[in-house]
Design a protein around this ligand. Structure first.
Ligand code: GAL
Length: 665
C-alpha cells in the first residue's frame, strides 16, 4: 500500500512546450489550443540553456516569465526543466574538456544532448549558476508546481578525471587495497593492485567486481550531480513544489533506487517506438517507476502517435494512446504529458509526433488528446489522492541484472524478459504487483517474487526470511542467491543464505540448447534456456512440485520446482524457465494458495485495475487494449463515470475503450 504525494490534488494532462522555438505572437494561439484540449500542465525550459543564458552570467528570464504567466492565465500550471542536458556552445568552447569521453577515448561531439562529463567541475560550476539563477527567479513563482532536473541521465564518461575519481571512490569504499584485492579475487590472472592509480575503468568484459563497482561509481556521480542541482533549488522553492527527474523505464545505466532517494517524485518517459505496446509487460514499467518512491508517479513524457528515432516510426492506432494514458493512470500515474506540443521547424526531431503540426494547426492526434482532456476532467475528482494497492511484490535488483547481463551464460537469458515471465501471468489475471527494490520493506505483502535475485547479501536474506516467518509466501527462481554484493560467487550453493528456508539447494545449473521436459501435478511442459538441478535438503517437509523428464542425463528425474514451509509461510524454488502455459499454471496455483484475489476477471486484452481514493472509494479502471470490441461481466452494478451512465451485468467496451467505475450504492 502506498500513498500519493500530498501535492497532487488532480490528475494532470499536458505536453512539453518550447515557447522559445516560436515568435511570441504565436503563444496565445498555442495556449488557446491547449486550453481547448483541457491541458492542465506544460513542461517548459528543458534544453533552453542557450536562450536562458546566451553568454556567461547574462540571464534572459523574462520570456519564460511571460510564458508561465500566459499559461497560468489559461489555468495551465508549469513544470520547469533545468536545461543542463544541453550545455550551450559558448560553455563548451570555454571548457572543451567538459565534453564527455566515449569508450574509445574520443571526446563526444557538441550538438546533440547530454554531451557533458557528469564529473566536470566546470560543468558543475555552470550548472550551479544557471540552476541557482532559475531557482531565485522562479522558485516562488505561483503556478510553477514542480521541477525536472536535466533530461534522461544516460551518458557514461571515460575521461582521465573520471578514472581518477573512480579510483578515489574505490579507496573510500574499500579502505585498503588488500580488501579490494580480496573481494575481487585479483590473484586471478595476476590482477593484484598495489596502487589505486593502477585501477582502470572497465571497457568491455573485465573483472566482475570491478565492473559492478564502476556501475556504483556512475550512480554516485549522477547522485552528486543531482544533489548539486537539488541544493541550488530547494531552499528557493515554495512549500509543496516538488522535484523530479524523467527516467526511462528499464534503462539500467545506474541504480535508480539510489537516485530517486533524493527526489520528491519519480517520473518516466514511455515510448513504444516501432509497433505496439504489450500491456502485460508495459505495466511492469509503470510499476517499476511507482516502486522507486513506492507511491504515485508522473508519466512526464509519452508518445503523441509516433516517434522519429525508431526503425519504423509507425503511428499508434486511433484510440490506442488514450488507452495507454489510462493504463498509466491505472498503475498509479497522476499525470500524462505528451512529448511534444509542436515540432520545431529545425533540429533533430522534425519528424516526431506532436499535437500541433508545422503549420500550427492541430494534427489528427490532437482529437484524441481532447477526448483524454474530457476524461481527466471528469475522473480527476474521483482519482485525486488515490493509490494503487497490491498484495504482491516483485523484487528488482540492478546489481543482479548487471551481473547477469555481463555473464549471461546463455545468450538469450535476459533479466528483464525473465522478470516479465513472472509479471505477465499476474497481469493477465488482473493481479496488481508492485515492483520494488530488493531492499524495500515487505510489510503488507502476501506474496513476494524474487526473479533471478542473484546478489543476495545478509540483510536481504534476513528480510526475506522474516517475511516468510511471519506468514509470507516467497518465490525464489533460477539464478537466485549466487553472488555477494561485490559480484563474487558466494562460497555456498544457491540460494546461499536462503537454502534452509527454501529446503533445497542447487547442485548444478545448465544452459540449455533445447527445451527439456518438466512435469508434475500442476503442469506438464518444458524448461527453456536454463535448468537447475535441485537437491532436497529437508525430505520430510519439502514438496517436489515438478521433476525434469529425460534430458541431458544429469537432469533426468531430478527435482525442478519445490515448495517448503518455513515459519508461518512457504518458500517456492523454481529451478526452471518454464514455458508460458506451465508458468501460468504455476503462478495461478501460487496466487490461489496465498489467497490473492484478482481485481476482476476479464478476457485477455482487457485490463482491470483499482485505485483507492482518500475516502476509501475503490475506483475500477477497465481498459480494452485491443481493436475489437469486448464484453466484461461486472461483479456489481456500477456507475461509469466517463459516459455518466449506470451499468449492470455486462459492460461493453468499444475498440480501445475505457471505463472508470464505482459501485452503485
Ligand atoms: C525523449 C526525450 C525527449 C524527446 C523524446 C523523443 O527521450 O526526453 O526530449 O527527445 O525522447 O521521443
Amino acid at each position: 500500500m502506498s500513498l500519493p504525494p500530498p501535492t497532487f490534488a488532480r490528475l494532470h494532462l499536458g505536453a512539453a512546450y518550447y515557447p522559445e522555438h516560436w515568435p511570441e505572437e504565436r503563444w496565445p494561439e498555442d495556449i488557446r489550443l491547449m486550453r481547448k484540449a483541457r491541458l492542465t500542465v506544460a513542461r517548459l525550459a528543458e534544453f533552453a540553456w542557450s536562450t536562458l543564458e546566451p553568454t556567461e552570467g547574462e540571464f534572459h528570464f523574462d520570456w519564460l516569465d511571460r510564458a508561465i504567466s500566459a499559461l497560468a492565465s489559461a489555468g495551465i500550471v508549469s513544470v520547469l526543466g533545468t536545461p543542463t542536458a544541453a550545455p550551450p556552445a559558448w560553455l563548451v568552447q570555454q571548457n572543451p574538456d567538459l565534453l564527455a569521453v566515449d569508450e574509445s577515448g574520443h571526446r563526444v561531439q557538441f550538438g546533440n544532448r547530454c554531451h557533458y562529463c557528469v564529473n566536470s567541475p566546470e560543468f558543475h560550476a555552470a550548472t550551479r549558476r544557471i540552476v541557482g539563477a532559475m531557482a531565485e527567479r522562479f522558485g516562488s513563482t505561483p503556478h510553477v508546481i514542480g521541477w525536472q532536473l536535466d533530461n534522461e541521465y544516460n551518458r557514461v564518461c571515460y575521461c582521465d578525471r573520471c578514472r581518477g575519481l573512480f579510483q578515489r571512490y574505490l579507496a573510500e569504499k574499500f579502505g585498503s587495497l588488500d580488501a579490494l584485492n580480496r573481494h575481487w579475487s585479483t590473484r586471478y590472472w595476476s590482477q593484484t593492485y598495489s596502487g589505486w592509480e593502477q585501477i582502470p575503468i572497465p571497457i568491455g568484459p573485465h573483472n566482475p567486481g570491478l565492473m559492478l563497482e564502476f556501475k556504483h561509481f556512475v550512480t554516485e556521480s549522477y547522485r552528486k550531480f543531482q544533489r548539486l542541482q537539488l541544493d541550488a533549488l530547494r531552499s528557493h522553492l515554495r512549500p509543496g513544489v516538488w522535484i523530479t527527474h524523467n527516467f526511462m523505464g528499464w534503462f539500467n545505466g545506474f541504480d535508480h533506487y539510489v537516485l530517486t532517494r533524493d527526489l520528491d517524485l519519480a517520473s518516466w518517459d514511455w515510448y513504444v517506438g516501432t509497433g505496439h505496446h504489450d500491456y502485460l509487460t508495459s505495466g511492469a514499467k509503470h510499476d517499476l517507476t511507482h516502486g522507486f518512491k513506492r507511491r504515485n508517479f508522473w508519466l512526464i513524457e509519452t508518445q503523441p502517435g509516433n516517434v522519429n528515432w525508431s526503425s519504423t516510426n509507425n503511428t499508434l492506432n486511433k484510440g490506442e494512446a488514450r488507452a495507454m494514458a489510462w493504463h498509466a493512470v491505472a498503475h498509479g500515474a497522476d499525470a500524462v504529458l505528451y512529448w511534444q506540443w509542436r515540432s520545431a521547424l529545425g533540429g533533430q526531431e522534425q519528424y516526431h509526433g506532436a499535437l500541433v503540426d508545422q503549420s500550427g494547426q492541430p494534427r489528427p492526434f490532437y482529437e484524441e488528446v481532447q477526448q483524454l482532456g474530457r476524461d481527466f476532467a471528469v475522473a480527476s475528482p474521483l482519482l485525486s489522492s488515490s493509490a494503487v494497492v497490491s498484495d504482491v511484490a516483485l523484487l528488482n535488483s540492478y546489481d543482479s541484472r548487471w551481473s547477469i547481463q555481463w555473464q549471461r551464460h546463455h545468450r538469450d537469458f535476459d533479466y528483464v524478459a525473465h522478470f516479465n515471465h513472472y509479471y505477465r501471468p499476474l497481469a493477465v489475471r488482473n493481479i496488481a504487483a508492485d515492483v520494488i527494490s530488493t531492499d524495500a520493506p515487505l510489510e503488507g505483502y502476501k506474496l513476494v517474487i524474487a526473479p533471478a535475485l542473484l546478489v543476495l547479501n545478509g540483510s536481504r536474506a534476513t528480510r526475506l526470511r522474516d517475511f516468510v516467518e511471519r506468514g509470507g509466501h516467497l518465490v525464489l527462481t533460477i539464478r537466485c542467491g549466487m553472488k555477494d554484493e561485490y559480484n563474487a560467487l558466494l562460497p555456498s550453493r544457491q540460494p546461499g543464505p536462503l537454502a534452509d528456508v527454501a529446503g533445497v539447494e542447487v547442485e548444478e545449473y545448465y544452459a540449455l540448447l533445447e527445451p527439456i521436459p518438466v512435469a508434475g501435478e500442476w503442469f506438464a511442459g518444458t524448461s527453456r534456456l536454463w535448468a537447475e538441478r535441485l537437491k532436497v535438503r529437508d525430505e520430510a517437509s519439502t514438496q517436489v512440485i515438478a521433476h525434469y523428464g529425460v534430458a541431458n542425463g544429469w537432469l533426468d528425474d531430478q527435482p525442478a520446482v519445490t515448495v517448503h514451509p518455513h515459519g508461518e509461510g512457504r518458500v517456492y524454488f523454481v529451478g526452471s524457465y518454464l514455458d508460458d502455459a506451465s508458468q501460468q499454471s504455476l503462478l495461478d496455483r501460487i496466487v490461489a494458495t496465498a489467497r490473492i484475489e484478482p481485481v476482476m476477471e476479464t478476457p485477455v486484452g482487457v485490463e482491470a485495475r483499482k485505485r483507492v481514493n482518500a475516502e476509501g472509494v475503490e475506483v475500477l479502471i477497465v481498459i480494452n487494449h485491443t481493436r475489437a470490441k469486448q464484453f466484461v461481466r461486472l461483479p456489481w452494478p456500477a456507475r461509469e463515470h466517463l459516459s455518466g451512465q449506470s451499468v449492470e451485468g455486462k459492460l461493453k467496451l468499444a475498440s480501445y475503450g475505457v471505463a472508470v467505475l464505482t459501485p452503485l450504492t
